[in-house]
Design a protein around this ligand. Structure first.
Ligand SMILES: [Zn+2]
Length: 396
């Protein structure tokens, strides 16, 4: 696919995939091999448990031996230096607590450490070109240039909510299920700011992802966004982790037949949407705080974490769990790139940090990858300044 990059390039014509034909077959094959396996069978220090050399399997066996020998579990708990507030606890419950503790230790891992072999801009371009199972995690930062406010910045949605509803303790209550049930007005007053399908065109960042898909390199786009622009950009391998705006469920009779157009009218007018059958309040099928993620997240996440050969996080504050924890689930040897205004996710470390506006950086990457129809405007010039190990700030 060739993207036109003059100022009017975001129109219907750039949605049509055009296969780049200037690659020989062997080159194309070559592009799809990325060696991200660990160099040896030795334990990667990155994979070690928080407690370093403690062997949790051995601990579990020793605990079982103690239990069979008739030891009082409260003595074990005390010997570990732990305090129980309730000393009348039944022995079976105390043993369960100890077993649960070991299970927790098994899961506990050190935060991911940077892999310096992937920590240069040129290496980043190379691994994007070669990867064939890229997992892209996106947040509000890729839709800001589409005219959609982000949530947490100074001028973001939450500060507008705070200004208009000062009585609200916490603007995130707008998306809190229990609060919505009591007072849906706050949500409906602001929904049009984030979902009004009129006039929001995909950004360069969206088109970068659709390019990866058109070239067979996208494993999955996990998006935290609810603006639906991925579909407009032609990204089909997309999981909308926080649900969708174009379908709705009545909170009283659970009717789901309301058309997207009618919901849009309610949202556009800023009035609370009500069910035509029972008058109950309508809730778009977004994932509010207090609700589980959509089924397709659970369906794909484990297999995707096993297959992925490159992670790119774009425009996310990595503050909203569980999506924010996704990067920590990926095998440690898989390279990870962050494209964002600022460093996020600490203490998790990415290999390469490209800091600036997502659109500037993805435009640069498209150019370096040879995926633009125009001549590269960079000509070997590096539009980044290094600011730390693997960290580069966009200078344009
Ligand atoms: Zn109803």
């Amino acid at each position: 696919m060739i993207i036109n990059t003059d100022s009017s390039w975001i129109d219907d014509t750039c949605m049509v995939p055009i296969v780049r034909d200037d690659l020989s077959e062997s080159e194309s094959e070559d592009m799809y091999v990325v060696d991200t396996e660990p160099d040896s069978e030795e334990e990667n220090p990155n994979d070690r448990h928080v407690l370093g050399t403690i062997n949790t399997d051995k601990m579990a066996k020793e605990l079982l031996a103690l239990r069979l020998s008739g030891v009082n579990p409260l003595e074990v708990i005390t010997a570990l230096g732990l305090n129980l507030h309730n000393e009348n606890i039944a022995p079976s419950v105390a043993w369960s607590l100890l077993e649960g503790l070991i299970d927790e230790l098994k899961e506990a891992r050190l935060p991911r450490k940077q892999l310096p072999q992937f920590s240069s801009v040129n290496k980043g371009v190379e691994i994007i070109a070669k990867a064939r199972r890229i997992l892209v995690l996106t947040g509000a930062g890729i839709s800001v240039s589409c005219g959609i406010p982000d949530f947490r910045s100074k001028d973001g949605l939450y500060s507008k909510v705070r200004a208009r509803f000062p009585e609200l303790d916490d603007p995130t209550l707008m998306f809190d299920l229990a609060y919505f049930k009591k007072n849906p007005k706050v949500f409906y007053s602001f929904a049009r700011e984030i979902w009004d399908v009129q006039g929001h065109e995909p950004s360069v960042s969206h088109m970068f992802i659709s390019q990866l898909e058109a070239r067979g390199q996208l494993l999955r786009n996990y998006t935290q966004n609810i603006d639906g622009i991925e579909a407009q950009a032609g990204i089909s391998k997309c999981i909308t982790c926080h649900g969708r705006f174009d379908t709705t469920t009545c909170q009283r009779c659970h009717d789901q037949t309301l058309s997207g157009e009618r919901l849009q009218e309610f949202i556009h007018e800023g009035v609370v949407g009500t069910c035509a059958h029972c008058g109950g309040v309508l809730k778009p099928d977004l994932v509010f705080f207090g609700e589980p993620l959509p089924d397709d997240f659970d369906t794909h996440i484990d297999a995707d974490c096993e297959q992925v050969d490159l992670v790119i996080v774009m425009g996310s504050s990595l503050k909203v769990k569980p999506v924010a924890g996704l990067c920590g689930r990926i095998p440690r040897h898989v390279p990870q790139i962050l494209i964002n205004r600022e460093v996020v996710g600490y203490p998790h470390q990415f290999d390469l940090y490209l800091l600036g506006e997502c659109d500037d950086i993805t435009h640069y990457l498209l150019s370096r990858l040879g995926w633009l129809s125009e001549e590269s405007s960079y000509d070997g010039r590096m539009p980044f300044s290094p600011v730390g190990p693997g960290k580069y700030v966009w200078t344009g």
